[in-house]
Design a protein around this ligand. Structure first.
Ligand code: ZN
Length: 156
């Protein structure tokens, strides 16, 4: 069964691009917990913050979530299953000391960044980003063509 999560959606890319331009570095599409195959869209391991960009349909956004008329029962089960799994993921991560931030795909990038930075401030294990100048990724990494490799840069 294909997961509801899809990589590299436009809202995700916009958020990644913005965070990158602000100097943040992160993993893309990584599982925060070993043995739990639920990948976060963005992962900040040192801060222990996991970001999910939830699609309005698959995750039943209160504003845009819909239930298809054909096979309505199947869809209701499916979407409810996604919802329950999201909450379970949140619980497991919280138990393991992670801060989970979920933004809707409809959330404006600025608002998403505000929420994420708030989480950084509030994260119990938050540490300042090493101010060594090297990790801000100026130079060759600025090219949008490199965005797909971000997950392999700099963290750890
Ligand atoms: Zn929505």
């Amino acid at each position: 069964m294909q997961s509801a999560r899809r990589r590299d959606t436009a809202p995700e890319l916009a958020l990644r691009r913005r965070l990158h331009s602000l100097g943040y570095r992160y993993f893309v599409d990584r599982a925060p917990l070993p043995g739990l195959r639920r990948r976060a869209d963005l992962l900040f391991p040192r801060r222990r913050v996991a970001i999910y960009v939830d699609g309005c349909f698959w995750h039943s956004c209160p504003e845009h979530g819909t239930l298809p008329k054909a096979n309505a029962d199947w869809w209701a089960d499916k979407l409810r299953g996604n919802w329950d799994r999201d909450r379970d993921t949140d619980d497991r991560l919280a138990t393991a000391g992670w801060t989970v931030v979920r933004v809707w795909e409809h959330t404006p990038v600025d608002d998403a960044v505000t929420e994420i930075e708030r989480a950084f401030d509030a994260a119990p294990t938050a540490r300042p980003w090493p101010d060594d100048g090297a990790s801000t990724g100026t130079g060759s990494r600025k090219s949008p063509g490199n965005l797909g490799n971000l997950g392999k840069l700099d963290e750890n």
